[in-house]
Design a binder for this molecule. Structure first.
Ligand code: TRP
Length: 455
């Protein structure tokens, strides 16, 4: 087993932050947030999501980073080791297990959507001239129902990811994020301004921020909770693994606030770039997974230099997706490496191949594709994997992490690890001990209650 001395570390606070933001910011913000906000009816969903990010997600983010740093092992190893040190049950290692398995399930469909982005990147240099609502919807539909191209793209996306993971934290990852994450941020601001000027910004603002509470129900609340975890990369080991590469001198709470702010900021920017186009062109905000792929090309087709800007956008979105995908693969890779001592390069390749195989179900499971009619619990394969991870494993995993640090690790050890000011520590401690478990528990209890009442 690799001892702590061999465990890799970030070369600076800045590269850690970029990598953590790189993990957090990805398809969750630019692809998932807008379409789920669209399906969830807009403002009320968005506000609940933001509340979950800061009240539940941020405290769990701090908890995960500190557990990773203290454990200095994979999520499974760290959880088991800390539980042992604190005289607690070995079963806490299961939280790490659920993370590693959940991360694997997510990467299997995440890389399918990553492949869609890659395919659009290849299309973008030719421009999207003449794209209107009908043409962009039709183009996207034709692509995802093709039996071959989405699989090839899915493979390509995983290949890029694995090439970076195989080179280890400092070799691959840090380089990818140092320039490209900030560039994405700037480009999104530009796109938002373009949409604001040329399309229906007022309608977008109204949709995203004017809550219609009548549109909320417990299921959309659970969806928003899951999305908060998903977009922050929580509860599936990514953040805990990144925490394990941290050195003691870094300030975890401050970094966590930066990560959460950048993460929700990018989601809102994406929404503000996309929804003006949705409303100006009469697209359906509730159209699900195709939303970003059917809206932005319309804008690229019309703006001056759209071929270049569109290419740049899909390039940076690919980078954002890859930096997230890396962090999804990383927990499983670090666990297998730690347990077996097999070379990291080989492990990365094996796990990527397995993820590719499982991912073909999500690619072919799109409506209209060869497995498009296969439904499990009424869901296609991509939605099914998303539901299991987003709506079950992440909220529950987050709840157990909060319970662990709040009730099973000694208060003094948490204080030493986090080195926060007294007042801030008390607030955080209150959130992880009471607010997070109660909020998550309440959402689950209402779902169960509703299901029983409904049936
Ligand atoms: N947060 C990433 C995104 O928004 C996806 C991601 C990376 C993730 N690591 C994770 C989601 C761990 C859940 C758990 O695209």
């Amino acid at each position: 087993m690799a001892g702590p001395s061999q465990h890799a570390h970030w070369s600076s606070r800045w590269t850690f932050l970029l990598a953590a933001v790189g993990s957090a910011v990805g398809l969750g913000n630019i692809w998932k947030f807008p379409y789920e906000a669209g399906e969830g009816g807009g403002g009320a969903f968005v506000l609940i999501y933001l509340a979950f990010v800061f009240i539940v997600g941020l405290p769990v983010l701090i908890a995960e980073l500190s557990m990773g740093r203290r454990g200095q092992l994979s999520p499974i190893g760290s959880m088991a080791k800390i539980a042992k040190e604190e005289g607690r049950s070995k079963l806490w290692g299961l939280v790490g297990w659920s993370g590693v398995v959940g991360g694997f399930i997510v990467i299997s469909f995440y890389s399918v959507v990553g492949g869609w982005v890659l395919a659009y990147l290849l299309k973008a240099p030719m421009g999207f001239a003449g794209y209107d609502a009908a043409l962009s919807t039709q183009t996207f539909g034709a692509f995802i129902t093709d039996p071959v191209n989405p699989i090839v793209a899915h493979f390509g996306f995983l290949l890029i990811t694995v090439l970076i993971v195989a080179r280890g934290v400092q070799g691959g990852l840090e380089k990818a994020v140092t320039f490209l994450m900030p560039a994405l941020f700037v480009l999104l601001i530009g796109l938002m301004l373009y949409s604001a000027i040329t399309a229906d910004f007022a309608a977008a603002l109204n949709f995203l921020f004017n809550p219609d509470w009548g549109k909320l129900n417990v299921n959309t609340v659970l969806q928003a909770l899951g999305l908060a975890f998903f977009s922050l990369s929580l509860a599936l080991g990514s953040i805990m693994t990144y925490g394990s590469y941290l050195t003691k001198d870094m300030n975890i709470p401050r970094s966590a606030v930066t990560i959460a702010a950048a993460d929700s900021g990018v989601a809102l920017l994406a929404g503000l770039a996309i929804f003006p186009i949705v409303f100006a062109y009469g697209l359906n905000p509730g159209q699900s997974v195709g939303l970003v792929f059917t809206t932005l090309p319309i804008a690229f087709g019309q703006m001056p230099g759209g071929a270049i800007i569109g290419t740049l956008f899909f390039f940076l979105l690919t980078v954002a997706a890859v930096t997230s995908a890396i962090s999804l693969l990383e927990p499983a890779v670090s666990y297998v490496e730690e347990r077996t001592g097999i070379d990291r390069k080989k492990v990365s390749v094996y796990i990527a191949i397995a993820a590719f195989a499982l991912g073909t179900l999500s690619a072919w499971g799109q409506p209209g594709n060869i497995l498009g009619t296969v439904k499990v619990f009424g869901l296609d394969f991509m939605s099914l994997k998303d539901y299991i991870t987003n709506n079950i494993m992440m909220p529950l995993g987050g709840m157990f992490i909060a319970l662990f640090v709040g009730w099973f690790v000694s208060r003094k050890n948490m204080m030493d690890e986090l080195a926060m000011e007294d007042g801030t520590f008390k607030l955080w401690y209150f959130l992880v001990r009471f607010v997070c478990p109660v909020a998550i528990g309440a959402v689950f209890v209402s779902i169960i209650y509703n299901t029983i009442i409904a049936s």
